[in-house]
Structure formats: C-alpha cells, structure tokens
Design a protein around this ligand. Structure first.
Ligand SMILES: *Cc1c(COP(=O)(O)O)cnc(C)c1O
Length: 429
C-alpha cells in the first residue's frame, strides 16, 4: 500500500482547509493515519491517488446503497445537468421525489426537501417547538442528528440532570432545553416525563436504528414506549431516519415496526450521493411551515434538480428491483463468515448487524447503548483498520461508525472481506 500522494495532498489541504478535510472523521485522526485521497470510485470499489484499489465499506457514510457511480444514477444526473443545474423555482422532479417519499412512509403526508440531514433535523425540531409551543427536546446519548447547536449537548455527570455542550461555541443557554437520556432505557425516559418535564417537552428525537455510535439495535419496546409517552404528554416523536431511511427497507424502520412518527428526518440515500435531506410528517404539523404557515425555513439550492434526479433514480431502482433481499442475503453471509472467523481466532469482538449495516466492536460486552459502545478498545480497532487497509478493505476510520454493504458488493467481495478479517486477526491475536 503506497500513500505518498495522499500524504502530499493532505499536507497541502491542511494549509487551507481546517484539518485538511470538510468533515472531521474523514481526517483518520481516530485511527492515527493519513486519509486516503480518492481519485475515483465505481461499484463496490474506491481507488486512491496512489493507485491502490479497495473494497469500500464506507459507502460515503450511508448514501451509496447502490454502490458508487451506478450507471442509471449517473445518467439521471447527466440528463438533469443538461437541462440546467439550478432554477430557484419549482420543477417537476421535486413533486416526483416528494411523492416517492410520501408513498414509502405512511406517516408522511407532506415533505419539505432540504440539503442535508443536519438541516432536516434542525428544521424538524424548530417545527416541533412551534407546533407544541414548548422548548425542550429530548435526545439520546450516542445518537447523532447533525451538528445544529441543540444536538451538540451530552449528558452531564449526573445523567438526566444538566447537560454539557460537546463543542465550544454552543451557548450555555441551550443546555436546559436539551435533555439527554440513555438509548434503550425507557425507564429513564419515563422518569423524566413523570417527574414534571413531560409538559415541557416539544419532542423526542431518536434514531430508531442507532448508527452513530457504531450500530446499536433498538429494543423494540423502547421505541413503542417512546411513542406512547409522546402521545400521552402531547410531545412529538421525531424519527431521525437519515441513515435507516431506505436502508432497512423501502421506507424506514417505522414501516417495519408499524410505529407512526409525528415527524421523520431523511437524508443520505434519498439524495443518491448528492446533497439532499428532507423532513416530513402529518399534514397539520407540516402546514405550519412557511409559506403555508409561520415557521420559517428556506434554502437557495433546496430541491436542486441534479440532487433530486439522483434521488429519484436511486429510489426507483430500490423500489423496482427488490434490492433489499439480495443485500440481506449478502450481509447475512458476511456476518456468518465473520462469526466463524471470530470463533477460530478467539478475538473478543461484538458484531452488531441489521440488514446491510454492521459494526465490529472490539469488546467482550454486548453493545446496546452509548456506554457499552464506549467499552470498545479503540487501539485494537486502530490496528484492525490499518491491517484491513493493507488487505484492500476500506473500513470507516473510526470504531464508532457503521460499515455499509451495498448492492454493488457481490459474493466475491463478501468472501474477500471475510478472508481479510481472518488474515488481520490472525496476525494480531
Ligand atoms: C448523517 C446523519 C445526520 C446528518 O446528516 P448530514 O447530511 O451529514 O448533515 C443526521 N442524522 C443521522 C441519523 C445521520 O446519520
């Protein structure tokens, strides 16, 4: 594995871009390496500027469920570009994508397109506050909803009491309006509601399938319980399905569990690799958004024709070609192979998988929430990551990011990944 050019470019980038990257985790800081600069990508593979080829398990952090540069998606983007890159005026593609989203989610009557998941979650929270005329938001440790101030607050030492900002620059004044509870711990949520905050909580926002502390599967009773508490106290339930939307099924995890969220946040897959986010929900709530109602939210490039075209092309393929079955089979085979490898090597690794998302946590504990995720040994992951890269497999450069399989990964890729894991663990263990 050669990385001369990547190293050179990283040095150059660091001079003019903070940390050399436009999103922190890309910098490989938590694995203590130099990031690969990518030259091109196709199907299940990425190619770096030094001429190395990798099986990609990052998938641009979730959007690329069809793999890189899927021909039909690329064609849709090319066609759209020839008709103009942005109008700042309504166009038919927006209706098409909105209809596809509403058709796929029974809980979404109306949807507004934005440019990122961050924007979707931030706007959904503003809307929930306006609708309920309340200020407080409840979130869960380890869930990520983008980088708006409201979400950059973590539980203080006394969980459930005051929080602390996770970033300088977040006003202390916001701390009291964000309550942080433990994922999968319904009792802690119920306690907060019953101890008097219930009437003040505008919304609970939750990743129904948590994908930002590594993959953590929800306890189904936890999610049903959140729904019940919200209904009882007049708070809104916001499902952040930016990762799980169109990843776990054609629709979201809410479809599989038959839970009606009041508002749903989407992103990633619905943009087919271009910048799109969306938030939607019940008509009476969505009708509060400007210009129909008073809640302001806008975007110069929202509903961008190229992004919308990529999203429509992606969703059409997912809808019409029963991609999920194939993905599930490949993912299941990979999990089975990995479990065999772990048994053979005796490595202490917890595998969490749901459909085409999975995480390998370097811990002997079962991982069910933020605390147990944090029991993972990041140094072991660092070595594992470096070893896998040498074997030609590009994993997320952090223990706490999810691996994604795509429809472009075939049986051969799956076999190669499992073999690479075997080689790396045998060197180490
Ligand atoms: C990625 C992600 C976001 C943020 O989306 P961006 O497009 O990066 O702003 C929000 N919520 C969840 C669950 C995500 O995984």
């Amino acid at each position: 594995m050669n990385s001369n050019k990547s190293q050179q470019l990283f040095e150059q980038a660091k001079l003019i871009i903070p940390g050399g990257v436009n999103s922190p985790v890309r910098a490989f800081k938590s694995v203590g390496m130099t990031p690969l600069f990518i030259e091109k990508a196709a199907g299940s593979r990425v190619f770096d500027v030094d001429g190395n080829e990798y099986i990609d398990l990052v998938g641009s952090w979730g959007p690329l469920i069809l793999g890189h540069s899927h021909p039909q998606v690329v064609e849709a983007i090319q066609k759209a570009a020839l008709a103009g890159t942005s109008y700042g005026a309504p166009h038919y593609g927006e209706i098409q994508l909105a209809e596809m989203i509403c058709d796929a989610f029974p809980s979404i009557d109306k949807v507004r397109l934005v440019n990122s998941g961050t924007e979707a979650a931030m706007s959904a929270v503003r809307l929930a506050r306006a609708f309920t005329e309340r200020d407080k938001i409840m979130k869960f440790a380890g869930c990520y909803h983008g980088h708006a101030d409201t979400f950059l607050i973590q539980a203080g030492s006394g969980l459930l009491t005051g929080g602390v900002p996770t970033s300088p620059g977040v006003p202390a004044a916001l701390i009291n309006d964000t309550i942080v509870c433990r994922y999968n711990d319904l009792d802690s949520v119920r306690a907060v509601f019953e101890e008097g905050s219930g009437q003040e909580i505008a919304a609970i926002i939750v990743e129904p399938m948590a994908g930002n502390m590594g993959l953590v599967l929800p306890d189904i009773e936890f999610l049903y319980g959140l729904r019940e508490l919200c209904t009882e106290y007049g708070s809104l339930l916001i499902f952040d399905e930016v990762i799980s939307g169109f990843r776990v099924t054609y629709g979201g995890l809410q479809n599989l569990l038959d839970i009606e969220a009041d508002l749903t946040c989407l992103g990633k897959i619905i943009g087919g690799g271009l910048p799109v986010g969306a938030y939607g929900g019940r008509r009476e709530i969505m009708d509060l958004i400007a210009p129909e109602g008073p809640v302001y939210q806008a975007g110069t490039l929202s509903g961008n024709p190229l992004a919308v075209a990529a999203g429509i092309a992606t969703l059409k393929i997912l809808r019409d070609e029963s991609c999920y079955d194939r993905l599930d089979v490949n993912s299941y085979v990979l999990e089975t192979r990995l479990r065999t490898v772990l048994e053979e090597t005796g490595a202490e690794i917890a595998i969490n998988r749901y459909g085409s998302m999975f995480s390998l946590f370097f811990t002997g504990e079962e991982v069910t929430d933020y605390e147990s995720a944090m029991s993972a040994d990041v140094n072991k992951y660092r070595n594992f990551f470096a070893g896998m890269l040498k074997q030609g497999v590009y994993l997320p450069p952090s223990q706490f990011e999810v691996c994604f399989l795509s429809c472009a990964h075939n049986e051969e890729d799956v076999e190669k990944i499992a073999e690479a894991v075997w080689c790396v663990l045998n060197d180490q263990v």
